[in-house]
Design a protein around this ligand. Sequence first.
Ligand SMILES: Cc1cc2nc3c(=O)[nH]c(=O)nc-3n(C[C@H](O)[C@H](O)[C@H](O)COP(=O)(O)OP(=O)(O)OC[C@H]3O[C@@H](n4cnc5c(N)ncnc54)[C@H](O)[C@@H]3O)c2cc1C
Length: 416
Amino acid sequence: MADRHVAHLLIGGGLASASCARWLREGGAEGDILLVGREPDLPYERPPLSKEYLAGSSAREDAFYRPLSWYEEQRIEVLQRTSVMKLDVEAREARLSTKEVVSFDTALVATGANVRRLPVDGAQLEGISYLRAFGNAEQIRAEAAGRRVVLIGGSYIGCEVAATLTQLGAQCTIVMQEDVALSRTFGLDAGRFFQSRLEEHGIRLVAGVSLERFEGDGEQVQRVVTSSGEVLDADAVVIGAGVAPDVMLARSAGLALDEELGGIACDERLRTSARGIWAAGDVAAYDSVVNGRRVRAEHWDVALQHGKTVARSMLGEDVVHDVVPYFFSDLADWASLEYVGPARRWDREVVRGSFESGEFSVWYVDEGRVEGALSVGRSDDLDHARRLIASREALDDVSVARLGDAATDLAQIGAR
Ligand SMILES: Cc1cc2nc3c(=O)[nH]c(=O)nc-3n(C[C@H](O)[C@H](O)[C@H](O)COP(=O)(O)OP(=O)(O)OC[C@H]3O[C@@H](n4cnc5c(N)ncnc54)[C@H](O)[C@@H]3O)c2cc1C
């Protein structure tokens, strides 16, 4: 027997849930909205954690999605430091860590993702951090500013954190499996552009190697040993080895999961396998009509957009999620990038503008279809990329080549 009933139960205290709550009210929802989150803070934006919050130039409150007063005005109840321990999709009830049992009309599972931990020797030493929450950023800032820091991973977290810590006076080295930083997502040429920005500011990159082990004095990390046998002195280590969607609750509730992508399997309306239950954000693997395949994307804007789609759907609208995934990344103030996609594979890269000028877009094309596009200083190009990605149109060779011709109006490319 439930202790109480709500119209909308939002599980997870991140952006996807907060956005859903917002759009429920904006869409005219009148029933109770209950948002349950494990963390001590109100829902917040994580991008500042590797940027201005890590740098110490912004406060926690600046990262909050909305201040407490907004939740009160909107009659959105937020339970912090509270987990949903059990979800019964048949009885449509959730048991909270407070022992309270809440029944619901509709529910959202937006449990996000957890960092991937690297179980190597020495992993328990102090001074080794992962970055997901405010507290991690504070610890990294305290341990790393002005010291020798080794970053594990050549993707966004490793590169962004290295850039921010360098500005705080740290001497940073990135250890990565890739030959070129950020190349897994953006290819070698764009990757080299970003890597040169890092190197110009004194960051050393140790490429094409794995982490072998950490060494220390029994308590504190002192060295990082790579698979090639190189030994790097370190006062602090930050690991950015990706994240794994948090499907613990979904799995125990019997929701269908996507074993290949990880995450909760959803249809094109972000509905899970259980009636009246949706998923959103980092944890949702959904049939994307704009990408023509199932997609799971761990991006800030994706969480916001998913939340909005789910809210409209909860309110009875027949809404397919048709937003092209977008993200951004900043390497301190040395380079800012934006990207739409995600391209899973491509057989051609077309560059518009030039790397030398520092303003370019790169178009990732597979069998004539635009699958993704990267912009540095050419945001407007991404509007056209969104249209071409969503159209799924196979362009002929001439049209593909014109993507790279800055004199060609992108609006003229592809069927209109
Ligand atoms: C350091 C960092 C920098 C980033 N920078 C960028 C960037 O520059 N650009 C970009 O596009 N994206 C960036 N991202 C990614 C972006 O922040 C995420 O994609 C986004 O936060 C996902 O939101 P979410 O709501 O799906 O999940 P989360 O933010 O992970 O929120 C889920 C919440 O649910 C809680 N939870 C889990 N299980 C339960 C349960 N059973 N009961 C209650 N609560 C539960 C979790 O503790 C968590 O607080 C960054 C991420 C990090 C960590």
